[in-house]
Design a protein around this ligand. Structure first.
Ligand code: ADP
Length: 263
């Protein structure tokens, strides 16, 4: 099912969570990013168009300014994102440059998706970048965002992006293989759901445990993202970005994941 879903999709939005981008010590993982860029370049050579939604500005900020690690104050958090976003994009840019690919940055807030003019411009920018073989890298504009205008997590941001760009598939990469009936980090016997067609039924048959140290939304926001895109006819795949050559393995059907079927 996973291999077929990827094979049938030309326009793919891929979201990478902070847990996937961070190493165990909380610093950014450039080896992962280099490897990911290579796999994306292979997909593009195979005719796919890719838009990236990348978390990790805070992680990248902390990698740069360790002394701010204990500062929880909102101004410091937003300032840290301003610093980290540059580091994050610098690393993405270097990773993709190895394969002759340019990247372009879009920093968005909830309000951008509510305004007709802005959404039109975002759409046109995305189409132009992708048509020119550039990989757009999207993140929430955390330095200007505040609670009331926040999307709040990149799962929902990537779902809104997939809808805006009329993607064929949304892939969310996390540090687990997919949705389980209970938190696999706490319960080794947790059972993976490989295919989901009824989200309400899924919700009633799973228990949602706590999320990871660097994660923001946990499984709940992934289900919200699935609700959004599948309602627009876009399937979603939740898979593990921590495994070697995961995009290849997913494409050839040798890595498990959860596919949310389009409605
Ligand atoms: P990311 O930053 O990659 O988006 P999050 O930490 O926000 O990831 O969410 C993924 C985490 O949710 C997993 O690491 C897992 O431990 C936790 N989790 C809780 N309940 C479940 C469940 N029922 N199925 C799968 N994962 C779950």
């Amino acid at each position: 099912m996973i291999a077929k879903t990827i094979a049938e999709a030309r326009k793919i939005v891929i979201k990478i969570g902070s847990n996937t981008l961070a190493k165990a010590d909380g610093t950014i993982n450039p080896e992962f990013m280099a490897d990911f860029a290579e796999q994306v370049s292979a997909l593009m050579k195979a005719g796919k168009q890719i838009v990236l939604v990348s978390s990790g500005a805070q992680v990248a900020g902390l990698s740069t300014l360790h002394r701010w690690a204990r500062k929880k104050d909102i101004h410091y958090r937003q300032a840290l994102c301003a610093i980290g976003q540059v580091e994050l994009m610098d690393t993405w840019s270097a990773s993709f440059r190895t394969y002759g690919i340019h990247i372009g940055q879009l920093l968005l807030t909830k309000e951008d998706f509510l305004d007709d003019h802005r959404t039109l411009n975002m759409r046109n920018t995305l189409f132009t970048l992708v048509d020119e073989g550039v990989v757009p890298v999207i993140n929430e504009n955390d330095s200007v965002s505040y609670e009331e205008i926040k999307i709040g997590d990149n799962d929902n941001l990537s779902a809104l992006t997939a809808i805006l760009w009329s993607a064929d598939l949304l892939i969310l990469l996390s540090d687990i293989d997919g949705v389980y009936d209970k938190n696999p980090k706490e319960y080794p016997d947790a059972r993976l759901f490989e295919e989901v067609s009824d989200l309400a039924k899924l919700r009633s048959s799973i228990s949602i445990g706590s999320s990871n140290s660097f994660g923001t939304g946990g499984i709940e926001t992934k289900l919200e993202a699935a609700e959004k895109v599948t309602a627009y006819g876009i399937p979603m795949l939740l898979a593990n970005g921590g495994k070697p050559r995961f995009l290849e393995s997913l494409s050839n059907g040798t890595q498990p994941g959860t596919v949310f079927l389009a409605r």
